[in-house]
Design a protein around this ligand. Structure first.
Ligand code: NAP
Ligand code: ZN
Ligand code: ZN
Length: 351
């Protein structure tokens, strides 16, 4: 029998606003951690999913995968957490655990498809997973992260997706001193990309379509900021980048950035626009360029990133909102008016 024991905000179709919706969470099993959600960051993936831009979503859709909270109950077999601990959940709540990727500790590349925090099949309740725009969540401890002491909990929430999604490719492509690195788009992901690339010692160039974000880009750590609509400024950077991370949520000309990559360099997409991005062969073959993608990061790398952030004093620049401001926040994100991550104060979630 279905018993609703948690509160949430859900989309009930691709075209309707999010509204208050009671939901069911499972009773914690032997290896489960139950947490009260304190803060949840707002990712553009929440919008893409709830509006069925990436394919038909399952409704009701409760988005949210930048979750920070406090442990309220643990199963008998839980060893990593106890009641009262600060805990966090990102984009995944499980994976097959047996495929070659899972065996290497790369659950984010599970070949059978990881169980995402929302809009995935939920074998426990025979329904689909429901995310962090809610009062509580129950997750296997193997997919629960520790928030190191010293990090502000609200501004740490966006690390669980925007943080790891930019940290992981910058590490994989070994961004460091002596490299010229571009970050495209100053939103949630982009502003974390700027902070990490700078912390890793690269020369960082931010590309933005918003002239009013130039000063913030420099403050966040970019060595240079280019307004990408300025064709002359773009031309000056031709074939000069070791690595570019594209964090744009909407349609844009990818060739304009491929042309900025130098011999043997790489442009990696983390932004996931609704429609395909056409690539000209000549953007790639001239300088033996690579065009790649990267999806979030593993659980172990997410913990490594959180620990790195605590050590280096890195968190997200946030604008705290009440739960009932979520629909307005989404509209502002679509208009590129985000500085630079909305975080929901979950104490404000009420009917
Ligand atoms: P966001 O906060 O809304 O930021 C997106 C930024 O893209 C905007 O601030 C804007 O930067 C730029 N932009 C937006 N519309 C544009 C347009 N029409 N033309 C050019 N630039 C535009 O989004 P986010 O949460 O950072 O997410 C970014 C993308 O990454 C989304 O597609 C999201 O789904 C995806 N994502 C992927 C992963 C993964 O695992 N790969 C994980 C999380 C999110 P400027 O104003 O500076 O131009
Ligand atoms: Zn996300
Ligand atoms: Zn797997």
């Amino acid at each position: 029998m279905k018993t609703n024991n948690a509160k949430a905000y859900a989309a009930h179709s691709s075209t309707t606003s999010l509204t208050f919706t009671p939901i069911q969470r499972r009773e914690p099993g032997a290896h489960d951690v139950e947490m009260e959600i304190l803060y949840c960051g707002v990712c553009h993936s929440d919008i893409h999913t709830a509006r069925s831009e990436w394919g038909p979503a399952k409704y009701p859709c409760v988005p949210g995968h930048e979750i920070v909270g406090r442990v309220t109950r643990v199963g008998a077999g839980v060893t990593k957490f106890k009641v009262g601990d600060t805990s966090a959940v990102g984009c995944m709540v499980d994976s097959c655990r047996t495929c070659p990727s899972c065996q290497q500790g790369l659950e984010n590349y599970c070949t059978n498809g990881a169980t995402y925090t929302y809009n995935s099949l939920d074998g426990h309740l025979n329904t689909h997973t429901l995310g962090g725009y809610s009062s509580s969540i129950v997750v296997d401890e193997a997919f629960v992260l520790r928030v190191p002491a010293g990090l502000d909990l609200a501004s740490a929430a966006p690390l669980l997706c925007a943080g790891i999604t930019t940290y992981s490719p910058l590490r994989h492509w070994k961004v460091g001193p002596g490299m010229k690195v571009g970050i495209v788009g100053l939103g949630g992901l982009g502003h974390m990309g700027v902070k990490f690339a700078r912390a890793f010692g690269a020369h960082v160039v931010l590309f933005t379509t918003s002239p009013k974000k130039v000063a913030d880009g420099l403050k966040l750590g970019a060595n240079e900021v280019v307004v990408s609509t300025d064709a002359e400024a773009m031309k000056q950077h031709r074939s000069s980048f070791d690595f570019i991370l594209d964090c744009v949520s909407a349609q844009h000309d990818i060739n304009a950035y491929l042309q900025l990559i130098k011999l043997n360099g790489t442009l990696t997409l983390v932004g996931a626009p609704e429609h395909p991005l056409p690539v000209s062969a000549f953007s790639l073959l001239g300088q033996r360029r690579s065009f790649a993608g990267s999806g979030i990061g593993s659980i172990a790398e997410t913990q490594e990133m959180l620990d790195f952030c605590a050590e280096h004093g890195i968190t997200s620049e946030i604008e705290m909102i009440r739960m009932d401001q979520i629909n307005e926040a989404w509209e502002r994100m679509i208009k590129q008016d985000v500085h630079y991550r909305f975080v929901i104060d979950m104490a404000t979630l009420q009917e």
